[in-house]
Ligand binder design. Structure first.
Ligand SMILES: Cc1cc2nc3c(=O)[nH]c(=O)nc-3n(C[C@H](O)[C@H](O)[C@H](O)COP(=O)(O)OP(=O)(O)OC[C@H]3O[C@@H](n4cnc5c(N)ncnc54)[C@H](O)[C@@H]3O)c2cc1C
Ligand code: SF4
Ligand code: SF4
Ligand code: SF4
Length: 370
């Protein structure tokens, strides 16, 4: 049998423009210590750095979220059959929740639930730390490691003083390079917050037993319809098109559309809703080739869609996720809205609609590539 290698990833993934830049191939290359692969530019696919050290083992090819080699094994692991029968993946229960801790609620993206759960796990020593993401500008994030409540609060979604950084930006993306952080810290029990593409890579690594994926205690997945990529010129286009300044964006929420909360000395506070299809030209191109909206391989998934302002939609999936969430509820650190079966059905229907739309978007995009 011929083993496919990074050479094949270049042909089948990079050249088609569908590399999601997750960094899995770079970080978990069997010969990573010799820097076989690397990102010359963080916003373009990785490249060979020392090709002569490649062992041609094929690990990079198998764990890439765009080759789908392990899909059926992962689907068995998560009792998940296919997107047509269950577009939101296997799930146990759905909730709509809010943090009771004022700091997490105030600084949280939606209901502050993800950070509350991470803080609970840190306090109870269920984890040593968590890979999260700091927001620098409205569309610029960087992976970071949190070991305390204050680290978590610093990584919360609020916009700080971004104006000086905006001047320095040449390119920025809302996508966070979390996977390369695994190799930087020595941990025994880690929580990871991430997007569906990242958890696809992580589950492949766990399935193959690629170190240090065995140390990942829990995968807290975010819903993700798309991420954005801005070059300096695009920021100017964006400001002209939507008639507000990047520097006035205080917060971004994503529900049925993208909600910008603005603050400015003259206008005061203002909320602007922009539909996803108006943001197409700012989207990361590879997101077109992604069909998972609800993070089907997470232990628990979280999103804004389906819940009112200041609440997070929570979907428990695995046994581990279910047990953790039940401990969190027992600890009384979050509250849940009362949802009767009709409300739950409506939430599932709405989330399924977005999932279907993402599946369709990928199908059409891939058809045009053929
Ligand atoms: C890029 C992106 C796209 C999203 N798209 C949608 C969408 O289309 N529809 C929808 O309903 N919801 C979407 N969400 C999820 C939603 O915005 C909230 O993150 C989610 O509801 C959790 O809110 P919370 O208040 O409970 O989280 P919080 O308590 O505020 O905690 C969020 C935690 O996640 C960490 N984090 C944030 N982004 C990342 C990241 N990229 N990688 C790793 N850690 C991260 C933060 O550091 C923080 O620790 C998206 C989130 C992101 C980051
Ligand atoms: S050593 Fe293995 S994982 Fe690394 S680039 Fe070569 S084939 Fe890929
Ligand atoms: S999607 Fe991830 S694993 Fe696949 S080629 Fe791109 S960076 Fe590497
Ligand atoms: S849409 Fe989200 S999950 Fe899919 S490739 Fe883009 S960032 Fe990753």
């Amino acid at each position: 049998m011929t083993i496919k290698t990074f050479e094949d990833l270049i042909k089948e993934v990079h050249e088609k423009g569908i590399c999601q830049e997750c960094g899995g191939c770079v970080s978990f290359c069997s010969s990573a210590k010799y820097d076989v692969l690397g990102f010359k530019d963080p916003y373009t696919p990785p490249e060979y750095i020392h090709k002569d050290k490649c062992l041609e083992c094929g690990i990079c090819y198998i764990i890439c979220p765009q080759t789908h080699i392990l899909d059926s094994e992962l689907n068995k692991m998560f009792k998940f059959s296919n997107f047509d029968s269950m577009p939101i993946g296997y799930y146990e229960k759905i909730y709509s929740c809010q943090a009771l801790d004022k700091d997490f609620l105030e600084k949280g993206t939606d209901g502050g639930v993800v950070n509350s759960i991470l803080n609970f796990m840190l306090e109870k020593r269920l984890i040593d730390g968590a890979i999260v993401s700091k927001t620098y500008t409205p569309f610029s994030r960087e992976a970071s490691f949190a070991k305390s409540k204050s680290d978590l609060l610093q990584s919360s979604g609020a916009k700080l003083d971004i104006s000086p950084q905006l001047d320095e930006i040449q390119k920025s993306s809302s996508y966070t390079h979390s996977i390369p952080l695994f190799n930087r810290y020595k941990f025994k029990k880690l929580a990871v917050v991430g997007t569906p593409c990242q958890f696809n890579t992580i589950r492949c690594m766990q399935d193959l037993g690629v170190t240090p994926s065995e140390n990942i205690e829990i995968c807290l997945g975010l819903f993700c319809y798309e991420n954005f990529l801005f070059e300096k010129s695009k920021i100017k286009k964006f400001e002209k098109q939507f008639k507000f300044k990047f520097s006035d964006i205080k917060k971004i929420n994503i529900k049925e559309d993208v909600i910008f909360k603005l603050i400015d000395d003259e206008i005061g506070e203002k909320t602007v809703h922009i539909p996803f299809n108006h943001l197409k030209k700012y989207m990361r191109p590879a997101c077109n080739a992604c069909n998972d909206f609800t993070n089907i391989y997470a232990d628990i998934s979280f999103g804004g869609l389906g819940s009112p302002d200041k609440y997070t939609t929570v979907i428990t999936r695995t046994e581990k996720g279910k047990k953790l969430f039940s401990k969190v509820l027992d600890a009384g650190i979050i509250k849940c809205r009362d949802l009767d079966s009709n409300k739950k059905r409506d939430m599932i229907e709405l989330i399924s609609q977005f999932s279907h739309s993402k599946i369709k978007r990928k199908e059409e995009f891939m058809k045009n590539l053929e």
